[in-house]
Design a protein around this ligand. Structure first.
Ligand code: NDP
Length: 401
């Protein structure tokens, strides 16, 4: 019997729960809880229709530690999979410690009032999880998540040493809207409007947001412009792979998206500090979120593919070598299978795989773990089986930029 409690009924939660139901030998009992029960019930109906599996649902404010611990006590899951928002991470970790459940998430904790994207708060839980004999796995989506697993796999099997690492995240999908975000707009816009930062020779190098552009030809998508950005796995990669001299993260954006973002930024709509409006405090970014299409509504209209991977340069048996590991995911195929587009799919499937590895004991431990610390082999094997097949290519030369 492996009981799991999933918190968060957005696109990622929906994919994870569908894929769990498709693996009933591992996930024997699934409960989905979120702020609005109606969203959980809609996902439960889709899961029933697509897989025949019945899942339980519950309403929960996961900011409330006592309420979350009480739900964990009632459901008695071995594992809580946190697919709510990064704001809830610490409250859910506290509730897991209180009620004695293992923990997994896909994004690091964020304070509401400042975009930080750092692991310090969650790494501080190391001793408490270890002492409780519980396992917390952090950042088990695609990026962070699979990108760190690709790196760990490259270091284990393909390279004796990694000198440089580039993470390339391309969404070649088109949803037909002039401006929309593919996952939670608040988190997404915080991420892309933050200054760029990469790791080089033991220190962080900062630059203005979205100022460093590079064209790249992505398999399955074609040539796209990608931009140097900060992304949270850079912190864990730099920590667990001190040998890597330079680590960078690149994400593609279309011209229309950037044009809108620039205007919204210039007029103050991406601010995350409160602004008085008609006597009421509003946060412009939260107001903007209310105007934008719900990411979950984009699934039905998105065409095209994503391509996310890592390029690692280093040495193998005394010779220079460059390897590229990537996955191509099709928006329409992801939608046909789970009712969600590829961004949610590429996050929800790794979350389900991480959960499966914890429940089956393939990943075991007490304390707080990042993906770099865990065996990549069973995860990579499951990616091939669960809808995210990957390719390895030897590149003739390192990137020229
Ligand atoms: P959504 O906004 O679509 O879903 C979040 C869900 O959490 C919603 O159902 C929301 O409820 C629920 N929720 C919010 N606050 C609470 C609360 N206090 N208590 C209970 N439930 C709550 O986001 P996504 O599904 O797109 O993303 C989910 C997570 O995945 C995010 O943390 C995101 O950062 C992360 N992510 C990670 C990626 C990776 O590759 N590692 C990539 C993409 C996303 P309601 O519906 O009522 O608003």
């Amino acid at each position: 019997m492996s009981k799991v409690l999933v918190i968060g009924a957005g696109g990622v939660g929906s994919v994870a729960v569908h894929k769990m139901a498709m693996n009933p030998d591992i996930f024997t009992e699934i409960t989905l809880a979120s702020r609005r029960r109606s969203k959980c019930d809609a996902i439960a109906a889709s899961v029933k229709q697509r897989t025949g599996v019945t899942i339980q649902t519950a309403e929960l404010d996961a900011d409330d530690i006592e309420a979350t611990a009480a739900l964990i006590d009632a459901v008695k899951p071995e594992l809580v999979v946190n697919l709510a928002l990064p704001y809830q991470d610490l409250a859910i970790m506290e509730a897991c410690l209180k009620a004695g459940a293992n923990y997994l998430d896909t994004a690091n904790y964020e304070p509401r009032d400042e975009a930080k994207f750092e692991y310090s708060w969650q790494w501080a839980y190391q001793e408490r999880f270890r002492e409780a004999g519980l396992m917390a796995v952090l950042g088990c989506g695609f990026d962070p998540g699979a990108t760190s697993v690709f790196t760990t796999y490259a270091r284990k099997h393909l390279l004796d040493r990694i000198d440089t690492l580039d993470i390339l995240d391309c969404n070649g999908g088109d949803h037909g809207h002039p401006f929309a975000t593919n996952f939670n707009p608040e988190i997404n816009l915080r991420e892309v409007t933050a200054p760029s930062r990469h790791w080089e020779n033991g220190q962080w190098v900062e630059g203005p947001a979205l100022s460093h552009k590079q064209a790249f030809d992505f398999a399955g998508v074609g040539e796209r412009n990608m931009y140097l950005m900060y992304h949270e796995e850079l912190e864990s990669l730099a920590r667990f792979y001190p040998e890597i001299r330079r680590i960078r993260f690149w994400m593609t954006f279309g011209d229309s998206y950037l044009k809108h973002l620039e205007v919204l930024g210039n007029v103050g709509m991406t601010r995350i500090d409160p602004v008085k409006f008609q006597g009421v405090d509003i946060i412009p970014l939260q107001f903007l979120k209310a105007l934008l299409p719900e990411p979950s509504s984009l699934g039905a209209v998105t065409r095209g593919k994503t391509n996310i991977g890592v390029i690692a340069t280093g040495q193998k048996d005394g010779s220079d070598k460059t390897v590229y590991i990537y996955n191509v995911c099709d928006h329409e195929e992801a939608y046909a299978e789970t009712g969600n587009q590829a961004i949610s799919y590429t996050t929800g499937v790794p979350a389900m795989i991480g959960a499966a590895l914890m429940l089956t004991g393939a990943w075991r431990g007490a304390g707080v773990f990042n993906m770099e610390q865990l065996d990549p082999d069973p995860f990579m094997a499951q990616m091939n089986r669960q809808g995210l097949p990957w390719q390895v290519q030897d590149l003739p030369a390192p990137l020229a930029f």
